[in-house]
Write a new protein. Structure first.
Length: 178
């Protein structure tokens, strides 16, 4: 074989390979000719190398820093357990974020110390008096450095901590005229 014939043969093979625009058509769990598609339910734990995905029943709130996926039952249990706490109170109390406080007497509810943005409490004044106090615990309430007096009977609202500039923000309360 001469060098010219060898070069011509190599060039022909390169041209044929370069002209190829599709893969062979695949069937079964993986289908397609250009874009491949994996069939629904085709990937199972048994088909994954070394069973790399593991499920656990201990739930998603366990903070064990592993890479396992919780079972659907564990996820349901966790979601069901995250309901809001309800405290019906008749004496001075320090609030805990994530709870509803139903006030049933003339009292002071002190907001949580060192809150983080997004912390919240809910309040329902069922005390029959318009003098209950929400103590700010060194943080602002609606940008003010003063405690809040509940001057409306049967008021219900939420306080969400927004950061140091505005502090606790009231949600669900009538505003004032401009």
């Amino acid at each position: 074989m001469t060098a010219d014939k060898l070069a011509n043969s190599i060039n022909s093979e390169i041209a044929a390979n370069t002209a190829k625009v599709t893969n062979a058509t695949h069937t079964g769990d993986v289908t397609g000719a250009t874009a491949l598609t994996i069939a629904d339910d085709a990937v199972t734990i048994a088909k994954i190398a070394d069973a790399a995905i593991v499920t656990e029943s201990e739930g998603i709130g366990s903070n064990d820093n592993d890479t396992t996926l919780p079972t659907s039952a564990a996820v349901k249990d966790y979601v069901d357990s995250q309901g809001i706490g309800v405290s019906v109170i008749s004496s001075n109390t320090t609030a805990v974020s994530g709870n509803l406080y139903v006030l049933t007497a003339n009292l002071t509810l002190t907001l949580p110390a060192s809150p983080s943005a997004g912390n919240y409490i809910k309040v329902s004044n069922r005390s029959g008096v318009a003098t209950c106090t929400i103590a700010r615990n060194s943080e602002k309430i609606m940008g003010a450095t003063a405690d809040l007096t509940l001057d409306k009977l049967n008021a219900g609202f939420e306080l969400i901590y927004s950061g140091a500039a505005q502090g606790w923000i009231l949600i669900g309360v009538e505003g004032t005229a401009a």
